[in-house]
Ligand binder design. Structure first.
Ligand code: FRU
Length: 485
């Protein structure tokens, strides 16, 4: 028997034998069947389903030799485990099948990934771009791999950090953006073009980091949206200078305009994609119905922590529909979530003065909207996943124009970041806060998606309460649904 396929077979057998019960996983967020998950990969509609692959190490809850795990969904809410798709089983990817993307073609479902291998010339590890083609379940790595190598880059560019291809097709030509750096740790995104999937040429640099936003730029994505172009990437090692970016791993975007002929992307200032504690390596796809949808790893390298007994680690955000408004990216939860809303509870014009809980406003699998009307107050707080021991706090400071998340009391047992602050200007008369809570996460969409804050919690499920508090007086509208699948 072929030992190369044995590595993938072993992974598939392992996940079958060790699959974590669905009652121990989030209900509507994608997670691995067992083991470690990081970046979303190959997020792509193929034959009536949306497929999602991910960086995967089935054998432990630690990062290890990278496989591609696989899930799929018909509505972006109910996720189904599929067998692992790729394993590090070739000379050109034996150190790992790193992140990448997918596209539907006439020849099948094409996965594009980074093969990591020892350089035969002895320079250390090199990263090259590779292709596998399949039918939605089984994928064959092609004989021409790797199809893009570091030798195609200009002199000086890193070959060791050259990864995370995102592919698309336009006017009969394939394009691919890839992250790398210029040899001096200035992250940059390079563009390749190919008439077919095996013959690529280097087109140039799409965006370059002038030593401002961290070092290497990982997981790029580049697409058209509402008449503009959007570049997304995930810089490592940012030193924050304001509340816009935090220290460490960030996921950012630039809006701009792209001159395809000249390959020139004129971009505006960078913004964070998400202001919560857990968000990295975002990737988008264009759905057949025209929606551009984003998904990300709802965790990050320095904050990835789980209860000791948990057998899976790492989850995805909800898929989010993207649009542009007032020069900013707007993100709203995939509308399919609304099909699963049950047990509506509504309060109109409820006055919050001091602390207050409201009958029926509680739960851990919920879609909760709180619209705070202008009142006379400085601070408004919402404690979620609360009981006498636990609470995750969202504090709106109207005067400072700031929001603070505090998950200190959410079951964390190591000294990872638990507090994050972000600017949140109080514009107009009210602020709308939509909280989507699943077993282990809270995603907060502010003002219909102008800002999003995603945070993982490991609070025991018995902590169900929600408590409001205001240092003055505020009128609120509240609407809550349980999410039931
Ligand atoms: C981002 C990343 C990618 C890489 C992958 C490895 O989180 O570092 O750049 O391909 O993870 O698992």
């Amino acid at each position: 028997m072929d030992t190369k396929t044995d590595i993938l077979k072993k992974a598939r057998q392992y996940e079958d034998a060790n699959r974590v019960l669905s009652s121990e996983r989030p209900v509507f967020h994608a997670v691995p069947p067992v083991g470690w998950l990081n970046d979303p990969n190959g997020f792509c509609a193929y034959q009536e389903k949306v497929h999602l692959f991910y960086q995967y190490h089935p054998y432990s809850t630690e990062w290890g030799p990278m496989h591609w795990g696989h899930s799929c969904t018909e509505d972006m809410i109910r996720w189904e485990d599929c067998p692992a798709a790729l394993a590090p089983d070739q000379a050109y990817d034996q150190e790992g099948c790193f992140s990448g993307s997918a596209i539907e073609t006439e020849d099948g479902h094409v996965l594009v990934y980074t093969g990591v291998a020892e350089d035969p010339a002895g320079t250390g590890v090199v990263q090259n771009q590779c292709i596998a083609i399949g039918d939605g379940t089984n994928y064959q790595k092609i004989a021409e791999n790797p199809v893009i190598t570091g030798s195609m880059l200009p002199d000086g560019f890193s070959h060791a950090d050259f990864r995370d291809p995102k592919i698309w097709k336009d006017d009969d030509c394939y394009y691919m953006v890839v992250g790398t750096h210029d040899g001096k740790e200035n992250g940059q995104i390079v563009l390749f073009a190919g008439k077919d999937l095996t013959h690529w040429h280097y087109e140039g640099i799409l965006a370059h980091n002038e030593n401002v936003l961290g070092g290497m730029w990982e997981c790029p994505d580049f697409f058209q949206l509402d008449g503009r172009h959007v570049l997304i990437c995930s810089p490592r090692d940012i030193k924050s200078t304001s509340y816009e970016f935090h220290n460490g791993h960030n996921a950012i975007y630039f809006l701009g305009d792209y001159d395809k002929k000249e390959n020139r992307f004129t971009k505006g200032r960078p913004y964070s994609l998400d202001y919560g504690l857990d968000f990295y390596a975002a990737q988008t796809t264009l759905l057949p119905d025209g929606r551009r949808v984003l998904i990300a790893w709802m965790q990050s390298w320095d904050t990835s922590l789980i209860p000791l007994e948990q057998k899976w680690r790492g989850m995805m955000t909800l898929p989010r529909e993207l649009s542009i408004k007032n020069g900013r990216l707007i993100q709203t939860p995939a509308r399919e979530l609304e099909h699963y809303r049950k047990n509506r509870v509504v309060y109109h014009n409820e006055i919050i003065q001091g602390e207050k809980s409201l009958d029926g406003i509680c739960g851990r699998f919920i879609d909760l909207t709180v619209e705070i009307q202008s009142g006379s107050f400085q601070e408004f707080t919402i404690d979620a996943a609360k009981d006498e021991k636990y609470a995750t706090r969202f504090l709106i400071d109207k005067k400072k124009g700031m929001i603070e998340i505090d998950r200190t009391f959410s079951g964390v047992i190591r000294d990872i970041a638990c507090i994050r602050r972000a600017e949140l200007p109080w514009a107009g008369d009210s602020m709308k806060l939509r909280f989507i809570m699943d077993r282990n996460s809270i995603e907060l969409f502010v003002n219909d998606g102008e800002r999003v804050l995603s945070t993982v919690i490991y609070t025991p499920l018995s902590a169900q309460d929600i408590c409001f508090s205001c240092d003055g007086s505020a009128a609120v509208h509240i609407e809550k649904y349980d999410i039931v699948l």
